[in-house]
Every structure is written in structure tokens, then in C-alpha cells.
Write a new protein. Structure first.
Ligand SMILES: NC(=O)c1ccc[n+]([C@@H]2O[C@H](COP(=O)([O-])OP(=O)(O)OC[C@H]3O[C@@H](n4cnc5c(N)ncnc54)[C@H](O)[C@@H]3O)[C@@H](O)[C@H]2O)c1
Ligand SMILES: O=P(O)(O)OC[C@H](O)CO
Length: 374
């Protein structure tokens, strides 16, 4: 066994049987930078694995991969879907990256998932509810479909917290996996080597999602821990804000490393406390844990906006608008949700870093207090 594969890579992606659909059809719900980057990989794999999988795992993928695009007018160019389909590039969210011709942008959500057996949900987390409302209507989804969430966030209601795969399973009545890792969209789209982790509920899900996304430069490791993968992706965004605060205050690598170590411990402790069936190894051994935290705290959008928040004194809403140009921050919303949840459970004192990130972001607390009592 290779040294970087642990015994917790539970699923060998080779054993799929009795599938309802020998030909699997992929739909991508979301077309921001990550949605488009994942759609590109899935469409490349769908084209390549169309014939080559006969007599192996399953018969293959439908050649066409559809991607849901929230329609808008691009000044001087026309509708975004038409621009993407004629130029094979998503100029707005993933500029200068060629997209395969079998990837088709479609503005109608119901049309995108029509007949799809593998549905990738990758909208910013604040926009998921209306998407699920639409998909849960009778007859919209094919029977036997499966989903995977590449969304980094959580849903909080009072003193309850839910992961998105759990919510998706409940609302859509289909199994849902989680995809997360050290994956800055543009680097993935430029085929720079990286890894991702998929938390899967069964070996069939492992085999199928591995076939959808694995490629030589985007290595997919399936593990059993769906909730851990999903939570790690959400919580690392809160720690990334703290890393950005450190940068904004002008401190160096030692300070940032200390914040990342403490942040990783809070991420793992939070998961163990509220999702006890998850594995702490997801945080320490997998791309969805420590590796994602590192990349996001050096090259991510949350870090970038948090640095600017300290340096400029502007609000996060303003900085999101100015610096991200239509892309969405996830960490600020998540910091608030996690804080409100911890408050409702009377557990804020157990998570001093998460709590301070919230108070600096929302209550004007002096950022230098970030280091107090850690
Ligand atoms: N970008 C990355 O590097 C990256 C990597 C891994 C995971 N993710 C996660 O992927 C998820 C999707 O983020 P992204 O980076 O692809 O998006 P993005 O921030 O690049 O783009 C924003 C997207 O939101 C859409 N949008 C805006 N308003 C909307 C509305 N009212 N309803 C529905 N959609 C709306 C836009 O059309 C656009 O597709 C997030 O949870 C993010 O954390 C992102
Ligand atoms: O740019 P961010 O901060 O949303 O992070 C992007 C990805 O989640 C990194 O894996």
C-alpha cells in the first residue's frame, strides 16, 4: 500500500454491481469557479470513459454533461449560457480555461437534471435552499439518482446543525456523498496536481464518484466519513478568516502556523462533539482536513478578504463585492452560523478561536484579541 494511503481509505473504487443505470448521466448544479472547474473534469472523464468502461465497473457515462448556469446578460456579448456554449469558456467565473465541448451550459434547473443519475451540487451554500425546493418536486429527479455535495458550509437552525449531504438526502430522498479537499478552483482548472477527498455512504457511491472525478492531476480518495468531509470544508473557512486577520495585522509565518494548528484542533473537536460518528483522521490524514486548511489559509478568498477587512476597515459585504467580483465568501456566513449554534448550546467557551473570529467580524472586537487566552 502506498505510504500516503491510509487504512481509512476504506473504499477500493473497483466494485460496483447491480446498478440501476449502466449508463450514468452527470449533471452539475452550479457554475461558479468551483462548479465550472468540477464540471470540466467530469466532462473530460465522461468523454474518455464513454467506451472504455464497457464490461468493467459500469457501461459508461452519457457523453453530454449539463451544467446549471444562473442566466444573466453579459454586456456586449449576450446571455451567459450562450457565451459559454459558443466560446467553451466561463469568462465570468473561470476565465482563460478551455471547457470540453461535451459540457453544455443550461439555464433551466429542471432541464439540467432531467435523466441525470449523478448530480453534483456546487452552489454557494446560502443559495442551496431554493435549488433543493425545485429538485424535490415530483418527477424532477430520475429514480435511483445519487448526489454529491461540493458545497462548503453548514445549515444551522437554533441549537441544531446539519451538514449539507444530510440535508440533501433528507430533502431529495437520494444518497448524498461529500467532496472536499485542498482545491482552489483555478489551480485545479489549470491541471496543477492536487488531491481531493470524497466521503461516501456506500462502495457503489465510491466507485461512481471516483470514476466521475479522478484523473492523474486530480486524485480522488474515497473515505467513509461523509459528515467529516463536509464539516471540515465548512469549518476551515472560519479558520481561514483568522489566517487573513493574522496577515492583515502584519504577522509572519509562525503566528499563522499557530492559528492553523489551534484552528485544526477546534475543527476536529467540534466534529467529535457534535458529529461523534465522524473520524478525527479525516482532519489529520486527508486532503479535506489539514491540506484544505493550509491551501485556503494561503491562497483562498476568505483569507484575502479577511486581510483586507483588517487593513481597510471596510465591511465584508463591500470587500466581497470589490475583491471577488461576483464570487461568494463562505467563511463569514459560516462563522456567524457556528457562533449562533455554539451560543444556543452554551458552548462558545469551548471554541475560543471560532468565537473570536465571529466577534472580530461582526461585533467590532479588536483583532489583536485573537491571541488572548488561546
Ligand atoms: N472557488 C473555489 O476555489 C472553491 C473550491 C472548493 C469548494 N468551493 C465551494 O464551492 C461552492 C460554490 O462556490 P463557487 O466557488 O463555485 O462559486 P463562486 O463564488 O465562484 O460563484 C458564485 C456563484 O453563485 C451564483 N449565484 C449568485 N447569486 C445566486 C443566487 N441568488 N442563487 C443561486 N446562485 C447564485 C453565481 O451565478 C455563481 O455561479 C462554495 O460552497 C465554495 O465554498 C469553492
Ligand atoms: O477561496 P476560498 O477561501 O473559498 O477557498 C477555496 C477552497 O475551499 C479551497 O479548498
Amino acid at each position: 500500500m502506498a505510504p500516503y494511503v491510509t487504512e481509512f481509505d476504506l473504499y477500493e473504487p473497483q466494485s460496483t454491481n447491480d446498478l440501476q443505470y449502466p449508463i450514468q448521466k452527470i449533471a452539475i448544479v452550479g457554475s461558479g469557479s468551483w462548479g465550472t472547474a468540477l464540471a470540466r473534469i467530469a466532462a473530460l472523464n465522461a468523454a474518455e470513459k464513454k467506451a472504455s468502461f464497457i464490461f468493467q465497473i459500469f457501461s459508461g457515462f452519457d457523453h453530454e454533461v449539463r451544467m446549471w448556469v444562473r442566466e444573466r446578460e453579459i454586456p456586449g456579448q449576450g446571455l451567459l449560457t450562450e457565451v459559454i456554449n459558443s466560446t467553451h469558456e466561463n469568462h465570468r467565473y473561470l476565465p482563460d480555461v478551455s471547457l470540453p465541448h461535451n459540457l453544455v451550459a443550461v439555464p433551466d434547473l429542471v432541464e439540467v437534471v432531467k435523466g441525470a443519475t449523478l448530480i453534483v451540487l456546487v452552489v454557494p451554500h446560502q443559495f442551496l435552499t431554493p435549488v433543493l425546493d425545485e429538485l424535490s418536486k415530483p418527477g424532477v429527479l430520475a429514480p435511483g439518482a445519487r448526489a454529491i455535495s461540493a458545497i462548503k458550509g453548514v445549515e444551522v437552525a437554533g441549537d441544531e446543525i446539519y451538514t449539507f449531504p444530510w440535508l440533501i438526502e433528507k430533502k431529495l430522498g437520494i444518497p448524498c456523498s461529500a467532496l472536499g479537499g485542498a482545491n482552489i478552483a483555478m489551480e485545479v482548472a489549470q491541471s496543477e496536481f492536487c488531491e481531493t477527498t470524497i466521503g461516501v455512504p456506500s462502495s457503489d457511491d465510491a466507485a461512481l464518484w471516483h470514476a466521475v472525478f479522478d484523473s492523474p492531476m486530480f486524485r480522488v480518495h474515497p473515505i467513509e466519513d461523509v459528515a467529516g468531509v463536509s464539516l471540515s470544508g465548512a469549518l476551515k473557512n472560519v479558520v481561514a478568516l483568522a489566517a487573513g486577520f493574522v496577515d492583515g495585522m502584519g504577522y509572519g509565518g509562525n503566528t499563522k502556523a499557530a492559528i492553523l494548528r489551534i484552528g485544526l484542533l477546534e475543527m476536529a473537536a467540534f466534529t467529535k462533539e457534535f458529529f461523534p460518528s465522524s473520524s478525527s483522521l479525516t482532519f489529520s490524514h486527508h486532503s479535506a482536513g489539514v491540506a484544505d486548511l493550509i491551501t485556503t489559509s494561503f491562497g483562498g478568498r476568505n483569507r484575502k478578504c479577511a486581510e483586507a477587512f483588517i487593513k481597510s476597515g471596510k465591511s465584508f459585504a463591500q470587500l466581497e463585492h470589490e475583491l471577488l467580483k461576483g464570487q461568494k465568501l463562505q467563511g463569514v456566513v459560516t462563522a456567524e452560523e457556528i457562533y449562533k449554534f455554539l451560543q444556543a448550546r452554551g458552548r462558545t467557551e469551548g471554541y475560543p478561536l471560532f468565537t473570536k473570529v465571529y466577534k472580530i467580524s461582526f461585533e467590532g472586537m479588536d483583532p489583536k484579541t485573537l491571541f488572548d487566552d488561546l
